[in-house]
Design a protein around this ligand. Structure first.
Ligand code: ADE
Ligand code: ZN
Length: 338
């Protein structure tokens, strides 16, 4: 990729719509928290921990990711983790971010819901005040757990209803189809929450169809396997359903062998509203600009694709119309003068 295009994708204003805050916990901060909270990690050092980040599939990652989250104990821990992510995102010219969190990973260890949400929320407020960055929270249900447990989590979160804008579905995809959560998503819909779900990452295109038809989600997280089904691809394109794609994650979790094999260009050529995101940046080798650079280095993507990806990221956000339009104008102004 020529230098100018690399600089362009890094400098352009963008939104990030798919990142798990627990997946932004860098090993150094994890060890610091373990020490201050008196927790023993099963790794002797930061380097040893990093060496364990050699995943063979989604589950092999999730096992390490949930173990890592055990160091998060206090409101300050949730604040510090979120603050560190927001600083990285700000440096990558992220103007708006919609952040997933996995409350069940914490409440199952006895951490109160309020500690989790307050710590994250305070960091979002600081980012807004200091940099004008906009940010929102999306509560994810763990799909390897039951729908009853998802309902109980929703109940615990409702006192904090004004602090999250939607719900999502993550964790082990295969064997846990979207329809397992039909009733809890229906309830969330009644509550006026935005709805998203991971689908078509490791799971089949059928999971994308049922996420749309049964859960009524507004975006699909990942969705890269959509292209295996031509009719579904036409439908997702026609309905303008955005896909929050995470290229480095896809390579680390062996959805694609190498970044050169990634199907981002085919997704865009099929008219899909694809976006670029970091998923779990501390585990997958980079933040959102690292994902852009890897893609633009490896695929024949152009300046026009860059502008489209930046526009898609804001267009697919859950921002109010006026703010979304303001950001879209910022993208167009950036490209007109770049
Ligand atoms: N890529 C991913 N897929 C499913 N669940 C996740 N939780 C964190 N990252 C995830
Ligand atoms: Zn994800």
């Amino acid at each position: 990729m020529n230098q100018t295009l690399r600089e362009l994708v890094c400098a352009m204003p963008k939104a990030e719509l798919h990142m798990h805050i627990e997946g932004s916990l860098e090993p150094e901060l994890m060890f610091e928290m373990a020490e201050r909270n008196g927790i023993r990690l099963p790794y002797a050092s930061v380097d040893e921990l990093r060496r364990a980040y050699a995943f063979t599939d989604l589950q092999s990652f999730l096992d390490i990711y949930y173990a890592g989250a055990s160091v998060l104990q206090t409101e300050r821990d949730f604040y510090d983790m979120t603050r560190a992510y927001l600083e990285r995102a700000h440096a990558d010219n992220v103007r708006h971010t919609e952040i997933f969190f996995d409350p069940q990973t914490h409440t199952a260890r006895g951490i109160p819901m309020g500690v989790v949400i307050d710590g994250i929320h305070r960091a979002l407020q600081d980012a807004q005040r200091e940099w004008g960055m906009t940010a929102a929270l999306i509560l994810c249900f763990l799909r390897h757990l039951s729908e009853e447990e998802a309902f109980a989590t929703l109940e615990q979160a409702l006192p904090f209803r004004d602090r999250f804008i939607g719900v999502g579905l993550d964790s082990s995809e295969r064997g846990h189809p979207p329809e397992k959560f039909a009733r809890v998503f229906a309830r969330c819909r009644e509550l006026g929450l935005h709805l998203v779900a991971h689908a078509g990452e490791e799971g089949p295109p059928e999971y994308i169809r049922t996420a749309l038809d049964v859960l009524h989600v507004e975006r699909i997280d990942h969705g890269v396997r959509c292209l295996e089904d031509a009719e579904l691809t036409r439908r997702v394109a026609k309905e303008g359903i955005a896909l929050t794609v995470c290229p480095l994650s896809n390579v680390k979790l062996r959805v694609f062998d190498q970044i050169h094999d990634h199907n981002m260009l085919e997704l865009l050529d099929a008219g899909l509203a694809a976006t670029v995101n970091s998923d779990d940046p501390a585990y997958f080798g980079g933040y959102v600009n690292d994902n852009f650079v890897a893609l633009f280095d490896s695929l024949p993507l152009t300046r026009e694709h860059a502008q489209r990806l930046a526009r898609n990221s804001f267009a697919a956000s859950f921002l109010d119309e006026a703010t979304r339009e303001r950001y879209l104008k910022e993208v167009d102004t950036f490209f007109a003068s770049a």
